[in-house]
Design a protein around this ligand. Structure first.
Ligand code: ADP
Ligand code: MG
Length: 295
C-alpha cells in the first residue's frame, strides 16, 4: 500500500502548488515533466511603468488536443484604467480570454498586447507581476494571516501589510482574531468565512499593486452580505487600474464603464448597461432572464 501513498502525497502537494498560482503552476509543469510551452524569449522586455492598455488583435485560441477554437479572431481594446465587465453564458470563453493576458496560455493565432507590446515579448515574471487576479477560489496556505497577505509581495513590511488589509476591509476582522495578524490559518488554526478569505486575497493584490486586474467570479460564491463588503474592497482595489470583471450575477457589474458580451461566437455586443438594455439584444436577454429567476 505504501507505494501508493507517496505518489498521492506528491499529487496533493502538486495540486497545492498549482493553486499557489503562477510560480506554482510552473513548478507543477516541471514536476509532471511537461514541456513548458510558455517560455521567456531571449532578450524579453522587462516592463517599467505599465499603463495597462490591453489589446486583443485577431486573437484565436484553442486548447491543445482540442479541435474547436474557444476564441476566434477576437479583437478588443481596453484603455488604461478602464473598468470593463465580461459577461456571457458559461463556457463562452471568458476565463480563457483573461488567461491569455498573463500568458497562462498563448494564443494560437493573432496577438495579445499590453501597452502595445506583444505579451510574448515581455519577460514573464515582469508581465505577471503587473497583473493581479482575484478568483472565486482563494488559496490560503498553512501559516499566519500576515504570511498569507505578504505572499502578494514578499518584500512588504508589516506596515504595508496592515495598510493593504485596511484597504481590503480585512483589518477589523483580523484584529478580532485571537492572535490578530499572527493568527494561524488552516486546519488547526482559525476558520475564516468565504468573504473573509476573499478579503485576504484582495489584501494580497493590494500589496502586489498591479496595473491590471482580473476579477473572475470573485464574489460568485458569497452570500449577499459578504458580497457587498467584498465588492466594496474590489472597487477600491480597481481605482486607477485597468480592470476586467467577470461576473455571473449581472447586478454586480451594472456600473461598469463598458460591458462586453461574449458568446461562443465571439463578442456580440458592448456598451454601458443602459445602452445595452435599450439595444434589447443578447445582454438585455441575459439580464431579464436573471431578473425573472430572482423574482
Ligand atoms: P467561461 O469562463 O466563459 O465559462 P471558459 O473559458 O472556462 O468559459 O471555457 C471556454 C471553453 O473552453 C469551454 O468549452 C470549456 O470547456 C473549455 N475549456 C476551459 N478550460 C479548458 C482546459 N483547461 N482544457 C480544455 N478545455 C477547456
Ligand atoms: Mg469562467
Amino acid at each position: 500500500i505504501n507505494f501508493m501513498i507517496e505518489p498521492i502525497q506528491r499529487l496533493t502537494h502538486m495540486s497545492m502548488q498549482f493553486q499557489e498560482g503562477i510560480t506554482g503552476f510552473q513548478r507543477f509543469m516541471e514536476i509532471i515533466n511537461l514541456k513548458p510551452a510558455i517560455e521567456n524569449k531571449p532578450n524579453a522586455i522587462t516592463l517599467n511603468d505599465v499603463h495597462g492598455e490591453i489589446e486583443f488583435n485577431q486573437a484565436s485560441f484553442r486548447y491543445e488536443e482540442h479541435l474547436d477554437n474557444v476564441l476566434v479572431n477576437l479583437s478588443l481594446r481596453i484603455q488604461p484604467g478602464e473598468y470593463v465587465a465580461l459577461v456571457g453564458p458559461s463556457g463562452a470563453g471568458k476565463t480563457t480570454l483573461c488567461s491569455l493576458i498573463p500568458r497562462f496560455y498563448d494564443v494560437t493565432e493573432g496577438d495579445v498586447l499590453l501597452d502595445g507590446i506583444n505579451v510574448c515579448d515581455i519577460d514573464l515574471q515582469s508581465l505577471r507581476k503587473t497583473i493581479g487576479v482575484v478568483q472565486q477560489d482563494v488559496y490560503l496556505f498553512t501559516g499566519t494571516v500576515k504570511e498569507n497577505i505578504r505572499y502578494g509581495n514578499p518584500a512588504a513590511n508589516d506596515e504595508e501589510i496592515i495598510a493593504a488589509a485596511k484597504h481590503a476591509n480585512a483589518h477589523d476582522f483580523i484584529m478580532n482574531l485571537p492572535n490578530g495578524y499572527n493568527s494561524e490559518i488552516g486546519q488547526r488554526g482559525v476558520k475564516l468565512s468565504g468573504g473573509q478569505k476573499q478579503r485576504l486575497s484582495i489584501a494580497r493584490v493590494f500589496l502586489k499593486n498591479p496595473s491590471v486586474l482580473i476579477f473572475d467570479e470573485a464574489t460568485s460564491a458569497l452570500d449577499n452580505e459578504s458580497e457587498s463588503i467584498v465588492k466594496e474592497s474590489l472597487e477600491s482595489l480597481a481605482k486607477g487600474r485597468t480592470t476586467i470583471v467577470i461576473a455571473h450575477r449581472l447586478s454586480t457589474i451594472r456600473n461598469a464603464e463598458r460591458i462586453i458580451v461574449l458568446t461562443e461566437g465571439g463578442i456580440v455586443e458592448q456598451g454601458t448597461h443602459s445602452a445595452l438594455l435599450a439595444h434589447d439584444g443578447a445582454y438585455a436577454h441575459l439580464y431579464s432572464k436573471q431578473f425573472e429567476l430572482q423574482v
